[in-house]
Ligand binder design. Structure first.
Ligand code: ZN
Length: 108
């Protein structure tokens, strides 16, 4: 398994504008911890521990295209692989993620 620092986000310089826009959150990691707590640190798809070493993503419960907002009430945490499963509705047996680049919030 790859080592992953679960409570650190890979804030890249090129994402700076993105996070500037979301200044009201003050701290994305704090925001995440609130979200995790709301869901009792369980993935909503597989119902296992969120922090089991897999990348964690935040998903809009109501999709942005349907008017969903970036509010705590509209965000749920799930494993990257689980997120892919529900996003693409492809229930594969084998994880096929390869890229560290995928570890990011999917709000853009
Ligand atoms: Zn999961």
């Amino acid at each position: 398994m790859r080592p992953i620092k679960l409570d650190k986000n890979p804030y890249l310089l090129e994402n700076k504008d993105y996070f500037e826009k979301r200044k009201e959150l003050r701290s994305a990691s704090k925001f995440r911890s609130i979200i995790y707590r709301r869901f009792e640190h369980k993935c909503i798809v597989c119902n296992q521990e969120l922090q089991n070493g897999e990348p964690i993503e935040l998903d809009h419960i109501i999709p942005k295209k349907d008017g969903g907002t970036y509010a705590i009430e509209n965000i749920r945490p799930l494993h990257q692989e689980c997120h892919r499963k529900i996003t693409y509705s492809v229930w594969k047996q084998e994880p096929d993620y390869q890229s560290e680049d995928m570890i990011d919030e999917q709000f853009v």
